[in-house]
Write a protein that binds this ligand. Structure first.
Ligand code: FAD
Length: 472
């Protein structure tokens, strides 16, 4: 066993978890997630089916026609995927509550390559198909194609889309700062806008009186409507309504600062312990970059707190913002909360700055004394951020709390401190009820991957593991 902190259960009554039907809540959420997946595939299928139903089925007479029609179908499904990707990036509350922001971003990213391949296939097949009809080779067909109305814009749209997808490949993305990459990523909106005119004039998918017209108008309105509403209007309204400013900062360890915030009706934000906001601090050096940071304490009606570790130029600057700085917010986001629970018992493992959402989660998590176990890890004593608060909460709520300090062991699963690994500490030994618990994990990504792999090896089902990664 790692070092255990003495438990002093508080005589106050804490809400018991036993009255909450976690399984029923989980099943409901799974059904909503299934619905989202079905909608995603159905929208791609609808794009193809509507083309065929609106006269496209009759355009497969010759080989040239068949190749051209396949090119059109590839373009329609590719465009459909791009619009679905915009919906996934729009931070729609329903999607966030169902699969969480991180999974929405992961699906958005997973769709990017198929969408690009479909659009490249669209261009190539049309050049081949049109070339076959005119008796010229596909390369020579580029000239006549560019002479068609709106086609130069469509070629630019394709170039922009290739740039966006290539700069998002992990190896290429690492070479950019987050802000630089994000700026390039915004070109995807321009790409969609540049591609639209050729769909209307050359593609004819919006021909009056067809079901295709209704479908595509609806899809564009939903995608851009959600983006404008949830990425722009809602955050501006929320920031103006809650009037958040910096009330003070406290250095809690070298390079780690708690930022105390004050504002109006902050409970009205509806933030749950474990969630994060995207914060923008309005000073001369910080207004142009925003950062996802978890709450390190659940907001009261007039106060909130975040804790930031200086891990780059942006986080260093926001750690030094002066008192009175105006703050704008997007959020709350994330499913790293009590709402994700599937069972009455809780197992929590956090390391380094990963304690922040755990600290806030403990404010809200419902469990009876003895139903929760917490393990905190740090490489050095200096990195034991907010451990005192977590210990107090654990003691008051009747949770077991273990700590491990020291560098990581190279033997065994690799995430346990050397000293504890030598003493035979294991995941299963520390959390004997793991199979019947929800496991919440937060910490450095490489460490977290090792804990998650170790947990999966014990047989805990994937849906009981909730991991908050501080990188997307
Ligand atoms: C859900 C979530 C919760 C987080 N909670 C905390 C917390 O409570 N305390 C804390 O200290 N850190 C937290 N982080 C990490 C924090 O956001 C980054 O350390 C910080 O943004 C780094 O910015 P930088 O300019 O200092 O470094 P950079 O070198 O510019 O960025 C380093 C990495 O941070 C990430 N990043 C930077 N800006 C953004 C952004 N706007 N959106 C998404 N990712 C970005 C990128 O992966 C980037 O590669 C959290 C991150 C996420 C995703």
């Amino acid at each position: 066993m790692p070092t255990q902190i003495t438990v002093r259960p508080d005589p106050r009554q804490f809400p018991s978890s036993s009255r909450v039907n976690y399984q029923r809540r989980f099943v409901r959420r799974s059904r909503r997630a299934d619905l989202l997946v079905i909608s995603l595939w159905a929208s791609g299928a609808a794009a193809a089916a509507l083309f065929l139903a609106s006269g496209g089925a009759g355009q497969f007479g010759s080989l040239a026609e068949t190749v051209t029609s396949m090119g059109i179908v590839a373009g329609l499904i590719g465009t459909d995927f791009i619009l679905v990707m915009l919906v996934l990036a729009a931070r729609i509350p329903f999607i966030d509550r169902t699969i969480g922001h991180d999974r929405a971003v992961a699906v958005h990213r997973a769709l990017s390559k198929p969408a690009l391949y479909l659009l490249l296939g669209h261009g190539a097949l049309l050049l081949i198909g049109y070339g076959m009809s005119s008796g010229i080779n596909p390369i020579a067909q580029i000239g006549p194609m560019l002479a068609l109305p709106d086609m130069p814009l469509a070629f630019i749209a394709m170039g922009l889309m290739i740039t966006v997808v290539v700069t998002s490949l992990v190896a290429v993305r690492r070479r950019f700062s987050y802000e630089g990459w994000h700026l390039v990523h915004l070109l995807s909106y321009l790409s969609v806008a540049f591609a639209l005119p050729h769909q209307l004039s050359v593609g004819g998918v919006l021909a009056v009186g067809t079901a295709q017209r209704v479908y595509w108008i609806a899809l564009y309105v939903v995608a851009f409507g959600c983006l404008i509403t949830f990425r722009f209007v809602e955050p501006i309204v929320s920031s103006l309504r809650h009037r958040i400013t910096v009330a003070g900062t406290t250095t809690i360890a070298p390079g780690v600062t708690s930022i105390h915030l004050s504002g109006h009706n902050l409970r009205g934000l509806g933030a749950a312990g474990g969630q994060f906001f995207i914060w923008r601090f309005w000073t001369g050096t910080t207004w142009w970059h925003s950062h996802p940071i978890s709450l390190s304490a659940v907001p009261t009606s007039s106060t909130a707190r975040i804790t930031v570790r200086d891990l780059g130029s942006g986080s260093a600057r926001i750690s030094a913002v002066p008192v009175g700085t105006r703050v704008s917010i997007e959020g709350p986001y994330g499913l790293f909360t009590d709402a994700a629970r599937t069972s009455p018992k809780v197992a929590i493992i956090a390391a380094g700055i990963g304690v922040t959402p755990i600290r806030a989660l403990l404010d809200h998590a419902r469990f009876a004394p003895g139903e929760a176990t917490i393990l905190l890890r740090a490489s050095t004593q200096e990195e034991t951020y907010h451990w005192d608060e977590i210990r107090e909460l654990a003691a008051a709520k009747g949770a077991r709390c273990y700590v491990m300090v020291g560098r990581r062991s190279r033997v065994g699963p690799g995430w346990i401190s050397e000293q504890d690994a030598l003493r035979g500490v294991t995941l299963a030994g520390t959390f004997p009820d793991l199979a019947d618990s929800d496991l919440y994990l937060c910490g450095p990504t490489a460490w977290l991957d090792l804990v998650e792999a170790d947990a999966r090896a014990t047989g805990i089902p994937q849906h009981q593991i909730h991991a908050e990664r501080f990188d997307w």
